[in-house]
Design a protein around this ligand. Structure first.
Ligand code: ADP
Ligand code: MG
Length: 241
């Protein structure tokens, strides 16, 4: 299909993952969620990163005590109890909190430690057209939970030296998840971020990634843009900023 919102979707879950930090996961999660919501599709943004940048990026400073993705994964809060409306119609969020750092360790000893997010989202899934999950920069249990819960994974890749570094490991993890727990997991696509058309390097990297991923690379490329890096400090997605 030509674009995500050209198709009818019920509770399609897209995880945004890349274990490298600073490649544009959160920027993609926040702004894609806001744009899908702007097209009047009920959208849920799930912040699965203890840094909580997606949470603050859409304007929620600290979630109410005991109501974050930490309690969702490790405690006994339901998704319905912690979900919050954002400043945009059609856009809700399951906010994160720094205490989610502990989940990576606490989950190890828990039952269904790799499927807790999927189970938690199941009861509210059909309230939304799209659910986007923002991941931390690691391939630990939080990212595994997000991959297990997903229909597809969207991989942001920064137009930088070593763009392909670590992607082999990510693909191995995706294949392992497909084999063991979530056979339907699909690669939604690879999104080139922070593209600078004036740099030959940027163009070379896009070519290199296209050689490796072929048709899976989105035709749309995200340019480097100062406004995109300023918007989070105002708690606004780019279309409001
Ligand atoms: P990740 O979630 O993968 O760690 P972020 O989305 O937080 O990455 O992006 C890393 C940094 O780069 C942030 O400061 C963000 O504001 C900035 N950034 C991301 N995308 C762009 C872009 N297209 N243009 C300019 N700055 C960007
Ligand atoms: Mg991030």
């Amino acid at each position: 299909y030509e674009c995500l919102t050209c198709v009818d979707s019920v509770g399609k879950i897209i995880t945004i993952a890349n274990q490298k930090g600073g490649v544009g996961k959160t920027t993609t999660a926040v702004n894609l969620a806001a744009c899908i919501a702007a097209s009047e599709r009920e959208t849920l943004l799930v912040d699965a990163d203890p840094h909580a940048n997606a949470t603050s990026g859409i304007g929620i400073q600290t979630p109410a005590e005991g109501r974050s993705t930490y309690e969702l994964l490790v405690g006994d809060q339901s998704a319905a109890a912690i979900v919050q409306r954002s400043q945009m119609p059609y856009l809700s969020i399951l906010p994160s909190h720094i205490n989610l750092v502990g989940a990576e360790v606490e989950l190890v000893a828990m039952d269904q430690r790799e499927t807790r997010l999927r189970l938690a989202l199941e009861p509210i899934r059909d309230r939304y057209d799209f659910i986007l999950i923002d991941c931390p920069p690691s391939l630990g249990l939080l990212t595994l939970n997000a991959l297990n819960a997903a229909d597809s994974v969207l991989i942001p890749v920064q137009c930088e030296y070593y763009a392909l570094e670590g992607l082999g490991q990510l693909l191995n993890t995706i294949n392992m998840v497909k084999k063991r727990m979530n056979a339907k997991l699909d690669i939604e696509g690879v999104l080139m971020t922070m593209f600078d058309g004036r740099l030959r390097l940027s163009n070379q990297i896009v070519e290199e990634v296209r050689k490796y991923f072929g048709e899976k690379v989105f035709r749309s490329v995200i340019a480097r843009n100062v406004r995109l890096s300023e918007a989070p400090s105002f708690g606004k997605p780019i279309i409001l900023y």
